[in-house]
Design a protein. Structure first.
Lengths: 283, 614
């Protein structure tokens, strides 16, 4: 049986405030982590993304989902249609605890299959026949956007949570464990390493006012990390970067050299380099 | 109309005589001054298809309605000509008392045409044989100071280095080779003075607005420039993966920390100064130890190296530092200082050298300069300015050098339309990539501030799209207005409502009612006017693009690794931009556009009108 993996990462990540594909995960990005988990157990990896999201170099085929916001079934259809294998393991990109043994065991069932946890079918950690892209297309044409309906139509094998967990290489969070909000992501990070830290540096005028330009702080939201940095004795010489619960207009924050943000609720991940820069960059 | 004199001084260098020529109010209303008025005069005075070095090619100094008022940063002027580097319009701004002196002559612009019969200086309205040929612009200004405020060229301008600049009081009209145009006229310097006051329509209102702008421009909105200067960009750009390194082969420089404002302030002797009429004070001068240039000179000086001080901007720092792989602060500061003495544009100098370095690495150019070779940098700058050896070929700029080398080297020549690229990696700043591609002056970060969108949380800077067009247009239109009023771009953050505030200022100065929408329309008209000049000089849609490197190679390393800009994406952005401007999809203006703006007062030769546009 030939195997594919389909990774969905075209969503807006609106509750997270930043692209989930680029969330840091202990030295790598979430998309790179998930692809590297899957690569050993499949013949091909398909990443379904949006045209607006740039991804790092991946050992995977990238498919553009032209209907962003259409829900996961659209991405499943695109991924299954692009695959050349018989079956595909479909996962969302926010799957930090995914492991090869679990995916291998699911494939070994030789049919559509999904774990069921607390009465929830994990439709985004499941096996689908690749030919089912047509079924998905029919569902979408009828206005049905729930992947569970597709699985039901495929007469999927429900795997109990305990069985699925037993397949895993180690104890800990479940392999389908995902996150939509900053708090959930940070809990996942702390579950793996309670002492995880971010590296915060102040550049431009912020550096001029604060003196020491770099420090390490426990992972948290941008607001939490900045507040900790400002409350430490070495960084109190300048005026606060937070004003009325918001980052001052004069500054911007760069995450890992990529996204520029000002939203204090955005989560900062393990070992992430977070640079506070002048908003008037350029000129 | 108040705020203007309604005329320009046209001086024919071939005949050694000048005359005043009227400018109608309707033209001034649509062009204002600076780059707007300069572009209009260029249309009017430059014969179609003129060689930039031909005597007939005009060299224009264009003032503005705000010159002579107390508005902060208003002592500015534009120098406009057909660029010998690009063959298209070049309009560079500079700041100094030269602007105030020019306006005090009772004119809104000075247009130089013709060419001197011998190396000359224009002083007190007459030519005289040059006593300063071979001197730096600064030395020349010192010699001619008794005749007024001086604009002069250095050795590079005399030698027709295609990226020679033109200097006043240590500031430069830097880009596009305007100094070479002056050199081609065998004119070393022009010294001007006058006593004509410019009438202001509503002095009380102007005073009030002056105070308001000064107050706003003294706070957070300009603090970056006054506290650290533009070199604060170095480390931020490095962290963002937008610091062009080794001829744009990378966007992250391993020695960026050595060149950072954060490290220099407090550790390197430093002073801050301002241009005339400026309350910001963005000019940061740093001390450096002049590197040893040769064994011979070190023996002569007993190895005592000279200590100097020079002003430095980000663009000079990036071009002479990371772009050439050089991280030694003393060398980079010395190189910037040397460019000023020789009279060459630091960006084009650094970028052309960096291009030659990569050509050398690839075995395409013999005896080429090398990356990471601080000891030879100053020597190469001297060779360029004096057109010695390989320096003669480098003095032609990267596009012509690539043409001579061939072997597809044009694919990685860092230029657009012949103008070398500024210090922004376009693959990691894709709104600016559009701005650089469509810039009428060439790769231009001053007439397009599209990087402002990229340096915000509003766009994904690594993935441009059709919405980038509106953002690029907005910054171009604003720049056109600021560059014509003229106010420094560093006050751009000091406006509460940009168009309304500018309208208030212009209305108080001129007595004409300029509403915000009208000014927005004026800004767009100036952009159109500049583009129209290029079209009449042979612009083609294929000119609006980036070198192949940027469209075929993803960034291989650094924070923006993997960032790519596929040609199709850029082409789509350009098409969106053209259509949103009201031009044809491939970038031609509607044939009626200039007539709409200028009520057919602008003579556009019919020979350059096509079915699609002018």
């Amino acid at each position: 049986m030939s195997r594919a993996a389909v990774v969905l990462c075209g969503g807006y990540s609106s509750r997270m405030g930043r692209a989930k594909a680029w969330l840091p995960w202990f030295g790598t990005s979430m998309i790179e982590h998930v692809v590297s988990c899957l690569r050993p157990v499949v013949d091909e990896v398909i990443v379904v993304t949006s045209a607006e999201l740039e991804l790092p170099e991946l050992e995977a085929r990238v498919v553009i989902d032209g209907e962003i916001g259409g829900g996961p079934l659209v991405g499943i259809r695109e991924g299954l249609a692009a695959a050349t294998s018989e079956f595909a393991f479909v996962t969302s990109v926010d799957a930090p605890f995914l492991n090869a043994k679990y995916v291998e065991a699911l494939f070994s069932l030789g049919a559509a299959a999904a774990p069921v946890s607390e009465d929830h079918v994990q439709v985004l950690s499941a096996i689908y026949p690749c030919a089912a892209w047509r079924n998905a297309d029919n569902h979408l044409r009828r206005g049905s956007r729930r992947p569970l309906r597709l699985l039901e139509e495929l007469d999927y094998t429900a795997v109990s949570s305990d069985s699925a967990v037993a397949w895993c290489e180690s104890e800990g969070p479940r392999p389908w464990h995902g996150f939509n909000e900053p708090k959930e992501y940070l809990e996942a990070v702390r579950a793996l390493d309670p002492t995880a830290t971010v590296e915060l540096e102040f550049l431009g005028r912020a550096a001029n006012r604060t003196g020491p330009s770099r420090g390490r702080y426990p992972v948290g939201t941008l607001g939490e990390v900045l507040a900790r940095a400002e409350s430490s004795t070495s960084l109190t010489s300048g005026s606060s970067l937070i004003e009325n619960g918001r980052l001052r207009k004069s500054h911007l924050v760069c995450l890992g050299g990529r996204a520029l943000v000002r939203d204090l609720s955005i989560p900062l991940g393990p070992d992430e380099l977070v640079s506070v820069i002048d908003a008037l960059a350029g000129g | 109309m108040k705020g203007f004199h309604g005329c320009y001084w046209r001086f024919d260098l071939s005949r050694n005589c000048g005359e005043r020529i009227a400018i109608e109010d309707s033209v001034l209303r649509q062009t204002l001054g600076g780059v707007g008025l300069g572009a209009w005069l260029l249309h009017k005075e430059a014969p179609v298809g003129v060689d930039p070095f031909a005597p007939e090619a005009p060299l224009i100094f264009s003032f503005s309605p705000l010159v002579g008022t107390r508005f902060t940063t208003s002592a500015k002027f534009a120098v406009v000509a057909k660029s010998p580097l690009t063959g298209f319009i070049s309009d560079a701004l500079s700041s100094s008392h030269f602007a105030i002196a020019g306006k005090s002559m009772g004119v809104d612009a000075i247009v130089l045409v013709g060419a001197c019969v011998e190396n000359s200086e224009l002083v007190d309205g007459r030519l005289r044989p040059s006593e300063c040929w071979g001197l730096s612009a600064e030395e020349t200004a010192g010699r001619l100071a008794r005749f007024g405020r001086v604009a002069a060229i250095g050795v590079a301008g005399e030698q027709l280095v295609r990226f020679a600049n033109l200097s006043t009081e240590g500031r430069h009209a830097g880009r596009g080779g305007l100094g070479a145009v002056m050199g081609s006229k065998r004119l070393k310097a022009i010294a001007i003075r006058g006593e004509v006051a410019t009438e202001i329509a509503n002095p009380d209102q102007v005073d009030q607005l002056v105070r308001r702008l000064r107050k706003r421009a003294s706070g957070e909105s300009t603090a970056k420039y006054s506290e650290l200067g533009t070199i604060a960009n170095v480390l931020s750009f490095d962290r963002l993966g937008t610091l062009p390194t080794r001829n744009f082969q990378a966007s992250h420089f391993e020695q960026a920390d050595r060149l950072s404002a954060e490290n220099w302030h407090g550790r390197r002797a430093h002073k801050r100064t301002s241009c005339a009429s400026c309350t910001i004070g963005c000019e940061h001068q740093f001390a450096f130890t002049s590197p040893r240039q040769s064994e011979e000179s070190s023996r002569a000086n007993g190895d005592q190296r000279e200590k100097k001080q020079t002003r430095i901007e980000y663009e000079s720092l990036f071009a002479l530092g990371p772009l050439c792989g050089i991280g030694d602060p003393d060398v980079v500061l010395a190189a910037a200082s040397r460019c000023d003495e020789l009279g060459i544009d630091t960006i084009s100098a650094g970028a052309t050298l960096a291009f030659a370095m990569e050509c050398g690495e690839r075995g395409l150019l013999a005896d080429a300069p090398r990356f990471d070779d601080p000891d030879s940098l100053l020597g190469w700058l001297d060779d360029i300015a004096h057109r010695r050896g390989l320096g003669d070929r480098l003095a032609e700029g990267s596009r012509r050098l690539a043409g001579a080398i061939g072997q597809n080297s044009i694919d990685f020549a860092p230029q657009v339309k012949g103008l070398e690229m500024p210090g922004y990696e376009p693959r990691a700043l894709q709104t600016l990539a559009l701005g650089l591609s469509v810039g009428v002056r060439g790769a231009d970060h001053n007439r397009s501030g599209a990087y402002e969108a990229d340096f915000s949380e509003d766009v994904d800077r690594l993935c441009g799209n059709a919405s980038s067009a509106a953002r690029a247009i907005e910054t171009e239109d604003r720049a056109a207005l600021l560059d014509s009023l003229i106010l420094c771009k560093f006050v751009r953050g000091a406006f509460e409502d940009f168009y309304s505030d500018c309208a208030d200022i212009l209305t108080a100065v001129t007595g004409e009612t300029f509403g915000p929408e009208r000014l927005r329309s004026v800004g767009k008209g100036i952009v159109d006017l500049r583009k129209a000049f290029n079209i009449r000089e042979g612009w083609r849609p294929a000119d609006d693009t980036l070198p192949s490197r940027f469209l075929s190679e993803p960034l291989a390393s650094g924070p923006a690794r993997g960032a790519r800009l596929p040609k199709q994406r850029l082409d789509e952005m350009i098409e969106s931009y053209n259509l949103e401007r009201g031009w044809s999809a491939d970038g031609y203006l509607p044939a009626s556009r200039l007539a709409e703006i200028f009520e057919e007062r602008l003579a556009v030769p019919t020979s350059v009108e096509s079915g699609e546009g002018v």
